[in-house]
Structure formats: C-alpha cells, structure tokens
Design a protein around this ligand. Structure first.
Ligand code: HEC
Length: 158
C-alpha cells in the first residue's frame, strides 16, 4: 500500500514537471520584453555579432564591460539601456561628449563605427541581447530619424 502511494506521488511529480515545461508561452502583448524578439530582429543578430566581434570588441571588450573611465560598458549600462535609438546614432556617427555610464565618467571620442543604419541597428540588437543584457530590441523604423552624418575623416577601411 505504501509503495502504491509513493508511486502515485512520483507519477504526479513527473506530470507536474512535464506540464510546467513548454506551457510557458504567453500571448503576444506587443510589449518589448526579452523573449519576445520578433523574427526580423532575430535574423539580424548574426550580422550584429560579426560586427561586434570585428569592431567593438577592441574597446568595449569581449565581455561588453569596456575599460573603466576609458571605454564605457555596454553590459548592463544604464546609459545605453535608457535610449536605444541614441545608441544606434552613436554607433553610426560616433560620439564625443562627456557621459556618465554606471556612475563613471567617459570623455574619450568614439569615431563612427559602421556605415549603414542597418549595421548599427544589428549590432545594437546584438548588444542588447548579450553580455547579460535583457534590454529588448530596437527597430529600423524607430531609428528612422537618425541621420547619417557626413564623415569628416576618411571612411573606415572595409
Ligand atoms: C576605439 C574604441 C571604440 C570602438 C572600436 C567602439 N567604441 Fe563605442 N565607445 C567608445 C568610447 C570612448 C565611448 C564614449 C564616447 C563619448 O564619451 O562620447 C563609446 C561609447 C559608446 C556607446 C554609448 C555609451 C554606452 O555605454 O552605451 C555605445 C552604445 C557604443 N559606444 C557602442 C559601440 C559599438 C556598437 C561599437 C562597435 C560597432 C563600438 N562602440 C566601438 C569607444 C569605442
């Protein structure tokens, strides 16, 4: 009798485990949260990763943590997460301002890093979903107001 009770309990427990798996799909609310990244954004991630690993990694590091007071972090960076369109613009046109990121000051210049808005959006989406970030995503449409400023220096070598 005792054995049957144990058996019943374990069958119940296994059932619970199975029903909790895969049952987590929630209806799309249109809200931009991690885990609900649209397919077109997902599709640009490999490109974003490639850009990050060839260009950004030198300064922002493989960890996305940057170098304190020199190159700002992109991992859990309050500044980045506060304005994703600004991040796209900075990646595209560079940035030369004084900024405070996670309580530290940064004053060095970042030159323009990519030539197209598509590349800037792709790499920012990669950043937003790596290095522990759960910052959602930014669309090309949201970044449509971003202008590509004329390059003052010679364009970066391809
Ligand atoms: C040569 C070094 C260097 C490279 C390469 C570089 N950055 Fe930066 N990045 C900086 C510096 C320095 C700043 C701070 C600029 C300022 O103070 O105006 C910065 C700032 C930023 C910011 C805003 C600050 C923040 O923490 O959110 C973003 C976003 C950013 N970079 C993204 C990128 C991306 C994406 C790439 C690759 C496509 C890249 N950077 C490549 C040096 C670099």
């Amino acid at each position: 009798m005792k054995r049957i009770a144990i058996l019943l309990v374990s069958v119940f427990a296994v059932g619970m485990i199975f029903s909790s798996c895969g049952g987590g799909s929630q209806p799309a609310t249109g809200e931009k949260t991690a885990g609900t990244i649209p397919a077109d954004i997902q599709a640009m991630m490999p490109r974003g990763e490639q850009i990050y690993k060839t260009k950004c990694v030198v300064c922002h590091q493989a960890t996305g943590l940057g170098v304190e007071n020199v190159f700002p972090p992109l991992a859990n960076a309050d500044y980045l997460l506060a304005d994703k369109v600004r991040a796209v613009a900075q990646t595209l046109n560079g940035s030369k301002i004084e900024m405070t990121v996670n309580g530290k000051k940064y004053t060095q210049e970042m030159t323009p890093q990519v030539d197209t808005k598509e590349d800037a959006v792709a790499v920012i989406n990669y950043v937003l979903n790596n290095f522990g970030n759960k910052g959602g995503y930014v669309t090309l449409d949201e970044a449509k107001s971003v202008e590509i400023k004329p390059r003052t220096a010679a364009p970066p070598a391809k």
